[in-house]
Design a protein. Structure first.
Length: 136
């Protein structure tokens, strides 16, 4: 399995969920079917990741909020960036993926899908979370 490919698919689904506000098991299955994802490893990764983010969303949102500038709120952040932050934070905190890998992947995806300076924002928030939580 190519973890970068699986991560990108999970990000796309997470973004869709952020837009539609529908985080049902059916939504996950529909995404997998419509995108013709056949690898069981990729399916498992996507399902576990989306389910895990949903389960720990309150804590993940709190981490993001605590690392925003004073005058910023979660609802002010573009959905692409929120999706990438949630994915990276989930991988770092809950899946114990090395933070350098998770941050690099999130930054690369933000360059592909985000606005011009999204990668700077993503990198800054994630670096702050890693530093404040003494993640090694």
């Amino acid at each position: 399995m190519n973890r970068s490919h699986a991560r990108e698919q999970a990000f796309k689904l997470l973004y869709s969920i952020e837009i539609q506000q529908d985080n049902s098991e059916e939504q996950i299955d529909l995404y997998i079917e419509n995108n013709e994802i056949e690898s069981e490893e990729v399916k498992t990764y996507i399902k576990e990741t989306i389910t895990g983010i949903k389960q720990d969303e309150e804590e993940i949102n709190k981490l993001i909020s605590e690392n925003l500038k004073e005058d910023w709120q979660l609802d002010r952040i573009p959905k692409v960036n929120i999706s990438l932050l949630k994915l990276a934070i989930y991988e770092i905190i809950y899946k114990k993926i090395p933070y350098k890998v998770a941050i690099n992947e999130a930054v690369e995806l933000s360059k592909k899908y985000g606005e011009d300076n999204a990668h700077v924002f993503i990198n800054g928030i994630l670096a702050s979370i890693v530093k404040k939580n003494d993640i090694t």
